[in-house]
Design a binder for this molecule. Structure first.
Ligand code: ZDP
Length: 290
């Protein structure tokens, strides 16, 4: 049994265990241990575990993340806001605090992502360019080099019109009249594990309230129903704009609060929202495989 220090952060209720992994190239817990740590009764409780690893190439740090089911996504929007705050807190403790605003460049499995800490406590993240081609999602809903916009998908005996966007990780977006009426726990897993999505999928159910205000609910790959999804909010604004249903600068209402998303003319997507430290402590980690 080992004892590991951690900090718990959340971005709009999408909560993560952050670990200072700057001393080694490999995550300090296994995917199995991450599952146990995320358990809300037997562990700390979280939607995922995020590690700050040493720099890769010319970035400042590397981020890796395990979902609460132990799978490893390429990117995590709310998570990278939390990671930026966590890094600032670690640097502060090391006597190397930065003046704000400050931008970090973070290596992820989805490329280099740049979160900027603002003086007002918000974090704006340059999330990079969306991937629109079927092979980038990946999905079989269109030919490899085609966009996946307004395609028909059969789920739970119903036809759904869906659009797909990659923000490094895969998202399927569908429009509904009332997000509150979506039976998320029942249909979410059927989207997630649908045969059209070989890497599984995150699914966003979107209600267009106004062209600059969208309301969403999400069923996340590997984490289920969560209160917010940063990559999902970015993906759904891109998908909604491509369906001519919204502007390119939009407020997205998630169950845990609001994010501001802008799909800039440069084709890059910018996400602004909060990241909050909840508590720090030491956790006992059982040996892997138990
Ligand atoms: O792609 C996946 O497997 C997601 N579950 C990763 C987590 C996404 C997240 N909710 C976000 O904010 O982008 C953390």
């Amino acid at each position: 049994m080992t004892t590991l220090p951690f900090s718990k952060y959340h971005g709009l209720g999408n909560d993560f265990i952050l670990m200072d992994n700057r001393a080694s190239e490999q995550p300090m817990v296994t995917p199995e241990q991450a599952v146990a740590l995320c358990d809300r009764n037997f562990g700390i409780g979280a939607d995922g575990v995020i590690f700050v690893l040493p720099a890769t190439g010319d970035t400042d740090y590397t981020m890796r993340i395990y979902n609460s089911d132990g799978s490893e996504p390429e990117m995590c929007g709310n998570g990278i806001r939390c990671l930026a705050k966590f890094i600032a807190d670690l640097e502060e403790k090391d006597g190397e605090g930065r003046s704000l605003p400050h931008t970090y460049s973070i290596h992820t499995l989805a490329g280099t992502i740049r979160p900027e800490l603002k003086p007002n406590g918000q974090v704006t993240v340059d999330m990079g360019e969306p991937g629109l081609l079927a092979k980038e999602i990946p999905t079989t809903l269109a030919a490899d080099d085609e966009k996946v916009i307004d395609k028909t998908l059969q789920v739970a005996g119903q036809s759904w019109q869906v659009s797909c966007v990659s923000m490094g990780n895969p998202h399927c977006i569908t429009f509904v009249d009332d997000v509150e009426a979506v039976p998320l726990a029942e249909i979410g897993p059927k989207f997630e594990n649908h045969g059209a999505f070989p890497a599984r999928i995150n699914t966003e159910f979107v209600e267009v309230v106004k062209p600059d205000y969208l309301k969403m609910k999400v069923w996340e790959r590997g984490a289920g129903s969560t209160l917010a999804c940063g990559t999902g909010a970015c993906a759904l604004v891109v998908a909604t704009a491509l369906n001519d249903k919204c502007d390119r600068k939009v407020t997205v209402e998630l169950p845990g609060g609001n994010l501001d998303i802008e799909w800039a003319d440069s084709n890059r997507v910018f996400m602004t929202g909060p990241a909050t430290l909840v508590f720090s402590g030491d956790v006992f980690v059982e040996a892997a495989g138990r």
